[in-house]
Design a protein around this ligand. Sequence first.
Ligand SMILES: C[S@@+](CC[C@H](N)C(=O)[O-])C[C@H]1O[C@@H](n2cnc3c(N)ncnc32)[C@H](O)[C@@H]1O
Length: 207
Amino acid sequence: MPHCDHSSKDARARDRQADRNRRDRNAPRCRALDGRAVKRGESRTRPNDGPGARRGCGPGRHVLALARTGRLALGIDASPSAVDLARSRGAPVLLRSIFERVPGAGRWGSALLLDGNIGIGGDPLLLLSRIACLLRSAGRVLMEVEVPGASSRMLTARLETSEGIGLDFPWAVVGADDAPDLARRSGFSVRELWSEEGRWFAELVSR
Ligand SMILES: C[S@@+](CC[C@H](N)C(=O)[O-])C[C@H]1O[C@@H](n2cnc3c(N)ncnc32)[C@H](O)[C@@H]1O
């Protein structure tokens, strides 16, 4: 089970650990999110799940969709431009790393890691262990993974837009086959693994 320490010293140690975990120099683009995935994410977050938090929320589409259903939802993203965009749309978001202090730690009902966000920090075990600390007992994670047969790996990514190429940052991908072991080691179990429209998702429940 993860050791939950919400101090900033611990957060800095986690960020350093994520940096150390960079492995290869592949540089894929950060994938865009399609609208249908938003609907899938919403449908998997049940009314009795309590407050839900979205990690790496980007422009805040999921947070807004959840908030519109009347649920307490919070987006967290370390990118000022993503947070500005999300806020301009009315989404409740925090500008900070998921490894820094998060309000309500230990009380959130669910967390969304869609759209490849399991790659945040470049170390899925570290990220899920961190999220386990943010969730209440039997809290749930909805996590998008790669197709079965795809290998899990740590890599370096960078954002490429028409306006330029950003700095490299550590990233990771998780294959569907590795989801049960990753879940077990970070304090979760896999409740369901399924595919919709060519994308794969795992629902994890904290133990
Ligand atoms: C795959 S993109 C997600 C894009 C977003 N889901 C969308 O709808 O466009 C990853 C997001 O994670 C954010 N991110 C990266 N590291 C982070 C961290 N340590 N804490 C919180 N967010 C982080 C990035 O700023 C980026 O917005």
